[in-house]
Design a protein around this ligand. Structure first.
Ligand code: NOJ
Ligand code: CA
Length: 532
């Protein structure tokens, strides 16, 4: 797939680097491992892989604490391995999207080591340093992983700000030297041929210059993460962010056909601002609504309608079904509905991002306390915030290490790995993996499924059914998804002359007998109108 706007047609597949494929038996996934699995990714039919951070890092937040933006951590391999991966991926027509972590560095990054060395250090202002107030931190901001977001540094008696771990100090993006240095790091990878970046916590980069206190959140419940105590009014999503993103976009635009994807957790109305004025912002501000909306047909229909309503003709939609920070879809909605979710993701208008292992239906994995890795789980235990369950190793075959490793995997494998793995599911014609593959192939083959218009279908008496039409020229498709656990009869003129192309159960195809169809529990149907 190579044309300037390839990312509009593409299906993106997120690889959590530590968990995809280990090539040297240390139990941790690596670049060479990913390279060896490129044929699988082509077989599945995806177009681009986004790889979570592989830069040198003390791994306090598993790579989101970068100590050098222009190298590869030895755990993952070397620059030579990286170049080979890019070359081999490109040879197969696959794009490589890197993870860029602009908001914070590791506290071991030489910039921070220098910054903290004295109040007059040359790079002091590269980070956010302030005097304390009334014997405490400069303001009330809370870290995303719990506790104050300020750390007092004994050497100089000042506090530095960290939106995440104390080992992840925030860079000061108001400093032009910081911006220039970070632009250079992007060019380092662009010159190596990467096709774009997923930019970490992009809405965090610019904060209120006065660092005012955040107001309390009246809806906060003690079962929530501590950060939810406050509304993030002043600590993120400052209007100045859009100028910063425009500059980042300028760096990418000096190279042909690169994509800028933004990780942005904001309500839709604020999210769409990240396309930027005159489309000068992110190409794809990640839309996380499917991760956040209860699994309810009415609610999902209204989220789609809201999003579609907010987009202008120039803005391109996108949908994300899973990532390394949120419980897996099958853990949330169950195995049967995970198949419905696959059909939803792959038939909506806009670029889909899927998360490795969701195509196998990996569900809830409980992590024994002694094997917990995620620092968030350690900081705020017992609230179910830990992200290890969605980071367990990819399941390739029925061998003891699931084909992921010959050693001990860094996180336990899902107990169902011996039964549900690529090897077994690829041979089962009705498996969730076969469903993913069929849906992906259908989407690639039919422009209406990628670029067609979206029209919601009103289904009488079918509160559990989400229905919509995708149309492009004379090509017309109907999607009916039963999010409930009972049979539902759908009767609609829209079904005239329709033929089932895919059922999520993978056990029926062909013409409908009448303008009605019975959806079984947790059944999704992709229907094609015969005139098309
Ligand atoms: C979002 C990343 O996806 C997450 O894994 C990380 O902990 C935070 N950003 C901080 O970088
Ligand atoms: Ca390894």
């Amino acid at each position: 797939m190579s044309h300037p706007l390839w990312w509009k047609e593409a299906i993106i597949y997120e690889i959590y680097a530590r968990s995809f494929q280990d090539s040297n038996g240390d139990g941790i996934g690596d670049l060479e491992g990913i390279r060896r699995r490129l044929d699988y990714l082509c077989w599945l039919g995806i177009d681009a892989i986004w790889i979570t951070p592989v830069y040198p890092s003390p791994m306090r937040d598993f790579g989101y604490d970068v100590s050098n933006y222009c190298d590869i951590d030895p755990i993952f391999g070397s620059l030579v391995d990286f170049d080979r991966l890019v070359a081999d991926a490109h040879a197969r027509g696959l794009k490589i999207v890197m993870d860029f972590v602009p908001n914070h560095t590791s506290d071991q990054h030489p910039w921070f080591v220098e910054s903290r060395s004295s109040r007059t250090a040359r790079r002091r202002d590269w980070y956010i340093w302030r005097d304390g107030k009334d014997g405490g931190p400069p303001n009330n901001w809370i870290s995303n992983f719990g506790g104050s977001a300020w750390e007092r540094d004994d050497a100089t008696g000042q506090y530095y700000y960290h939106a995440f771990l104390r080992e992840q100090p925030d860079l000061n993006w108001r400093n032009p030297e910081v911006r220039a240095a970070m632009h250079d790091t992007l060019r380092f990878w662009l010159d190596r041929g990467v096709d774009g970046f997923r930019m970490d916590v992009l809405w965090h980069l610019m904060k209120d210059p006065e660092l005012r206190d955040n107001p309390p959140n009246p809806a906060y419940q003690p079962s929530q993460a501590e950060i939810e105590k406050l509304l993030q009014v002043y600590s993120a999503d400052h209007p100045d962010i859009h100028g910063v993103i425009k500059e980042l976009r300028g760096v990418l635009d000096a190279y042909p056909d690169r994509v800028l994807i933004g990780e942005i957790y904001l309500p839709l109305q604020r999210l769409v601002a990240y396309y930027g004025e005159d489309m000068s912002g992110a190409h794809l501000p990640f839309n996380f609504q499917l991760l956040q909306t209860p699994w309810n047909a009415r609610m999902i229909a209204s989220v789609i309608a809201e999003y579609e309503g907010l987009l202008s003709p120039k803005t391109w939609p996108n949908w994300v079904l899973g990532n390394h920070d949120k419980p897996r879809i099958a853990a949330r909605v169950g195995q049967a509905q995970a198949r419905v979710a696959a059909m939803l993701l792959l038939t909506l208008r806009g670029t889909p991002t899927l998360y490795y292992g969701d195509e196998l239906g990996i569900g809830q994995v409980s992590i024994p306390p002694e094997r917990v890795q995620d620092p968030w789980e350690r900081n705020e235990p017992g609230l179910g915030l830990g992200r290890d369950p969605e980071r367990t190793p990819m399941q390739w075959d029925a061998s003891p290490g699931a084909g992921f490793t010959t050693g001990t995997p860094w996180l336990p494998l899902s107990p169902d790995a011996a039964a549900s793995n690529v090897d077994s599911l690829a041979r089962d014609e009705t498996s969730i993996l076969s469903l993913y593959r069929k849906l992906i192939a259908m989407r690639r083959e039919h422009p209406a499924l990628r670029a067609g218009s979206y029209t919601q279908l009103t289904i009488e008496g079918g509160d559990d059914v989400l229905g919509y039409i995708r149309q492009h020229g004379s090509e017309r498709w109907i999607v009916l998804l039963n999010l409930g656990a009972s049979d539902v009869t759908v009767q609609s003129d829209a079904l005239a002359g329709a033929r089932v192309r895919i059922s999520t159960h993978l056990d029926r195809e062909g013409d409908l007998a009448a303008e009605r169809v019975i959806l079984r529990p947790a059944e999704g149907l992709l229907l094609q109108q015969s005139s098309s």
